[in-house]
Write a protein that binds this ligand. Structure first.
Ligand SMILES: Nc1nc2c(c(=O)[nH]1)N[C@H]1C(S)=C(S)[C@@H](COP(=O)(O)O)O[C@H]1N2
Ligand SMILES: [Mo]
Length: 196
């Protein structure tokens, strides 16, 4: 393996040029007339953005590697969309807010700590590699959390809920690790027992 590849590939991962689709369940239908993104839970005032309002917000762009726990990694994904930091300029959190639960069309969920959610590079993307996101890859809006395994990058996001307590998401209750840092190879929940 070339050195530059090896340095960017977390342990146990294999590089792919393709962009596999990993979805539990069918791709939801998108209706721009009724779609919205909601920010709810422990916020001073809930926020609701319809599709036009979402796309009118400042556009962020980043290139990031993507690591799925099933062992494929895809380098240099060019994501465009709404930076979480930009979104959060419009939201006042209550002090008790410590966790984020991301809810998607189709019922998928995932959880993050507030710090993981507010970290560099976390964004709500609607374009990938210079085109609108494919529906199967999460159009109209997906989370991108480049530092964690792909299951945290929820597709078809509709609601971001701030919470005082952590609530494990769809895969986190089905045996995947609560955090999922690929560099620490945090794949499975049983690994948590050996941790802090
Ligand atoms: N709503 C939803 N988001 C999801 C999933 C899913 O099944 N449903 N799968 C996750 C997993 S396991 C991975 S690896 C990535 C894959 O993204 P992709 O299908 O665009 O490659 O999406 C994540 N987001
Ligand atoms: Mo995955």
């Amino acid at each position: 393996m070339p050195e530059q590849v090896e340095a960017r590939l977390p342990p146990g991962q294999v590089l792919t040029e393709k962009f596999p689709v990993l979805s539990y369940g069918p791709t939801p239908r998108f209706d721009p007339a009724t779609w919205d993104l909601r920010v709810a839970g422990l916020v001073e005032k809930p926020l609701r953005l319809d599709y036009r309002a979402l796309r009118a917000l400042p556009i962020a762009c980043q290139v990031a590697d993507f690591h799925c726990v099933t062992t494929w990694s895809r380098f240099d994904n060019r994501w465009e969309g709404l930076a979480v930091r930009e979104l959060m300029k419009r939201v006042v959190l209550r002090p008790e807010a410590k966790y984020v639960i991301v809810q998607c069309d189709g019922g998928y969920t995932t959880n993050l700590t507030l710090a993981e959610f507010l970290d560099d590079g976390v964004m709500l993307a609607y374009r990938h590699d210079g085109r609108e996101l494919e529906p199967d890859h999460g159009f109209p809006l997906r989370l991108v959390v480049p530092k964690l395994y792909g299951w945290k990058s929820a597709k078809w996001v509709r609601e971001i809920e701030f919470s005082a307590a952590d609530r494990r998401g769809f895969w986190e209750v089905r045996g995947y690790h609560n955090r999922g840092d690929p560099w620490r190879e945090e794949r499975y929940s049983f690994q948590e027992e050996a941790e802090d």
